[in-house]
Design a protein around this ligand. Structure first.
Ligand SMILES: [Zn+2]
Length: 83
C-alpha cells in the first residue's frame, strides 16, 4: 500500500509536479497533476494506474515510465528515485 495506489490524480494539488522518467531509455519530462487531469481520461486514475497508462514521450521508444513526485508533500518516508 502506498500513496500510488490510494491517491487519485484529481485528488492531488494541481501544482503537484511529477517527474516522468522512461524505464527503457531514461528520458524524462515533467508533468503537473493539473495538466494531466485536464487531459480528461486520467483524472479518476490512481497514480499507479497513471504510471501504467503513460508511455515514454519518445514514440520510437514507447517504453514504460516511472513517476516520481518532485516535492514530498504526500508521504512521509517516500524516497525520490526509489522504484
Ligand atoms: Zn523511452
Amino acid at each position: 500500500m502506498s500513496w500510488r495506489t490510494e491517491t487519485m490524480l484529481r485528488d492531488l494539488d494541481p501544482d503537484t509536479e511529477f517527474e516522468v522518467s522512461c524505464r527503457m531509455c531514461g528520458k524524462h519530462r515533467y508533468e503537473w497533476a493539473g495538466d494531466l487531469v485536464k487531459l480528461g481520461r486520467l483524472g479518476g486514475f490512481y497514480i499507479d494506474q497513471v504510471q501504467r497508462d503513460l508511455r515514454c514521450f519518445d514514440r520510437k521508444c514507447d517504453g514504460p515510465v516511472r513517476i516520481c513526485v518532485m516535492h514530498d508533500k504526500l508521504e512521509e518516508g517516500f524516497v525520490a528515485g526509489m522504484p
